[in-house]
Design a protein around this ligand. Structure first.
Ligand code: 4NP
Length: 161
C-alpha cells in the first residue's frame, strides 16, 4: 500500500479538495486498493469540521463529494505513516520539514510541494482561497487537478513499477 497525505493550513479548503480529486483519479485508474490518501492541516483551528462550504460546492460541480471529510491537524506520526506528504504552500512545507527534523530521525516519507508534480505550471504553491471569492476555489481545483495527475504518474513510476 502506498500512502499519501495532502497538507494545507486549515484542512478545510485545499487539502480536502486535493484528497477528493486524487481519490477520484486513483479510483478511475483502478488503483484504490494500492493507494490510500488522507489530508490534514498544520493548524487545528478547524479540527472536526467538514470542509468549507465553497470547497464542497466547487468539488461537487466536478463530480466529487467532500461531505464525509473532517478536518484534523497533522501529527508527527504522519511523517512515518505516509510515503508522500504533499504541502500546498511553502509555509506548510517548512512546518512539515521542521517536524521531520524534530521527530522523524530520517525515517519519514517524502515531503514536497504538491505542485512540484505539475512542473509545467508556473505556480509552485496552491493559493489559500479562504478569504477570497468563489472563483478562487475554481482556480484551486484547476491547479489541484494538474498536481494530482502528476503525482499519480510519479507514484506509478516510483512505487508501482
Ligand atoms: P486551507 O484554507 O488551508 O486551504 O484549509 C484555510 C482555511 C482556514 C484558514 C486559513 C486557510 N483560517 O485561517 O482559518
Amino acid at each position: 500500500m502506498v500512502r499519501v497525505l495532502f497538507v494545507c493550513l486549515g484542512n478545510i479548503c485545499r487539502s480536502p479538495t486535493a484528497e477528493g480529486v486524487f481519490r477520484k483519479l486513483v479510483g478511475e485508474a483502478g488503483l484504490a486498493r494500492q493507494i490510500e490518501s488522507d489530508s490534514a492541516g498544520v493548524s487545528d483551528y478547524h479540527a472536526g469540521e467538514p470542509p468549507d462550504r465553497r470547497a464542497m460546492e466547487a468539488a461537487k460541480r466536478r463530480g466529487i463529494d467532500l461531505g464525509h471529510m473532517r478536518a484534523r491537524a497533522v501529527v508527527p506520526g504522519d511523517l512515518s505513516r505516509f510515503d508522500y506528504l504533499l504541502a500546498m504552500d511553502r509555509p506548510v512545507l517548512r512546518h512539515l520539514s521542521g517536524m521531520g527534523r524534530r521527530f522523524a530521525k530520517g525515517s519519514g516519507g517524502q515531503v514536497a510541494l504538491f505542485l512540484d508534480h505539475a512542473p509545467h505550471l508556473e505556480l509552485r504553491e496552491v493559493p489559500d482561497p479562504y478569504l477570497g471569492g468563489d472563483q478562487g476555489f475554481e482556480f484551486v481545483l484547476d491547479l489541484i487537478e494538474e498536481g494530482a495527475k502528476g503525482l499519480l504518474d510519479a507514484i506509478r513510476r516510483e512505487r508501482l513499477g
